[in-house]
Structures are given as structure tokens and as C-alpha cells.
Design a protein around this ligand. Sequence first.
Ligand SMILES: Cc1cc2nc3c(=O)[nH]c(=O)nc-3n(C[C@H](O)[C@H](O)[C@H](O)COP(=O)(O)O)c2cc1C
Length: 307
Amino acid sequence: MSSDKFDIKDFRRALSQFPTGVTVITALDDSGEPVGVTASSFNSVSIDPPLILWSIDKGAYSLDTFRDTEFFAVNVLGRDQVSTSNNFASRGEDKFANASYSAGIGGAPVLDDYAAQFECKTWAVYEGGDHLILVGEVVDYRYNDGREPLVFARGSYAVSSTHPAMTKGQVDASSNEFVSDYLLYLLRETYNRYSQELYPRLMSEGGVTPEEWRVLAILADQPSKRLAELSPLVMQPESALRETADWMVGKGHVVLEGESVSLSENGQALAESLRSIAKQHEAEVISSLSEEQASMLKESLRTIIRA
Ligand SMILES: Cc1cc2nc3c(=O)[nH]c(=O)nc-3n(C[C@H](O)[C@H](O)[C@H](O)COP(=O)(O)O)c2cc1C
């Protein structure tokens, strides 16, 4: 089936429903300069022999390097490495200026910070439509067990956390004194329940995804913002934010002028009505608290965040 059967943007959106981790893949080019790209197409292939794969866009500047290199390194990023991901997803001349690294096997740069790292020898290169599929044999690897990995889903950066279904019974049964009195658990459980209810409501009443809601909520108070400024606020890399913005232009919610995005009149009205749905939902969530308890709760949380 050829791609002209599909709307490309819609197909990309369908693919983005599958969450992945985020890696930076590195090698040395033929003049010995370090090269690196952010890639979420990394996956395991075989245990014995130990093989992994990833795919590179045939339009990437570093295509020739990765097609021809004998060695490359896969740096799996941790949750606090969003800026590293954005840096290596740019077409900047010197992506390594902001990175601490050393030379690994075959000289391929290994980043000082990582959740896991796989040093590979190129095992095979396959044609894959508009990408090349690169298979590497893992020669060495290491990982930081205590470091949570960075996640990428629906064009947004995310973190992995235990599924609410795995922890639900613990507080209900109040059998576990430690858990039911542990702040981190209480915050996460509250967040899980709260957000799980809100997003479907925003979809059914406003037809917007969580990613679009974040854009609307932020732009409601701003005349316009450059995509580069908005990107960290909505936790989307610029390329993915551009796609979100394109969808929102199609729905008539935002206006995109060059690099600047602002709400249309419709978008402003929608943002306001969604904000009132969010506020109404918040009121339901805290309805069992007195006004004083609710304001103390918020003030306490603000103090913790500031600290
Ligand atoms: C989260 C994320 C995942 C990405 N995954 C890939 C990928 O798997 N393969 C790819 O070729 N590009 C991917 N990209 C895009 C490249 O990182 C980007 O095009 C980069 O500019 C390529 O660098 P180069 O043109 O200097 O070679 C991804 C970008 C982001 C933000």
C-alpha cells in the first residue's frame, strides 16, 4: 500500500500513539568529528547474538556517517535530559558544544549522562523506504538502574510511572501504613485520578487532546509566542509542536505566522470555556474540603514547589 492512500500527517499521528524511549545515537564522521541525532526508533532485536536497531531519515545530515560507520553508540536518555534530546534533534552545527562526553569504542561519543548505553558495531544496513534501518551488534553496554528513562508519546515528553491500577488497592485497604501516609504516593495518586478524569472531558466537550489543551491554556494569556519559546512550556520538541500547531490551524484554533503562534478568536473562546471546565472539575475534586483546607492545601503545595 503506498503512502498516497494515507494522509501523511494523520499516519504520523497514529504512529505517535505508540510510546517510546528517547536516545541520542552517536558516531564519528569520516573526518573524525562527532555526530549525533535524537532517535526514538531504537528497539531491541536479538539477545543471542545481541542485536539492536534504529532507523535514520534519508534526509538527515548525518545519513552518510551512520550508513558508513563501523561503530556507533546508543545513549538512552533519562527523564532529566529533555534539553539533550532537543539539542540533538536540532540541525545545529555543533551539537556537542553543550554535551559532556568521552570517546567510546571506535571513537563513537558516549555521553556522561545516560539511563543506558549500548556501544555497537554495525551489523547490517537495510533499505526502509524513506529511512535506512541500522542494525548494530552490541559490543558493550551499561545502565543506571536508579535513573528513570525519558519517554516520548504523542509528540510530548513524558515520564514513566507505575500504573494507577498497580497501586489502587494500597490506600483503599489502608493496610499499608507507610504508603497511605507517604506524600509522594498521595501526590501521584491524586494526580493520576485527577488527570484521568479531566482529559476525556476536555476531549468530549472541546474536542481537544491533552497536547492541544496545553497549548490553549498557555496561549490564553499571551498575545503570541514563538514556537521555540512555547516548546519547553508544553513539553513538546519543536518539530512535534509544529505538527500540533498545524492540526490546531486546521481546526481554526490557532494562527501560525512564520514562527509565531497565537490563538484565533475561536481558539480564545475555546480556551476560556475549557479553562472553566478545568476549574469546575477542580472544584469537584476538592469539594470534600472546606474553603480553608483547600486554600491551605494549595499554599502548602506552592511552598513545596518553591523550595
Ligand atoms: C523525540 C525525537 C525522536 C526522533 N527520532 C528520530 C529517529 O528515530 N530517526 C531519525 O532519523 N530522526 C529522528 N528524529 C529527528 C532527528 O533527531 C532530527 O531530524 C535531527 O535534526 C537529525 O539530525 P541531522 O540532520 O543533523 O543528522 C527525532 C526527533 C525527536 C525530537
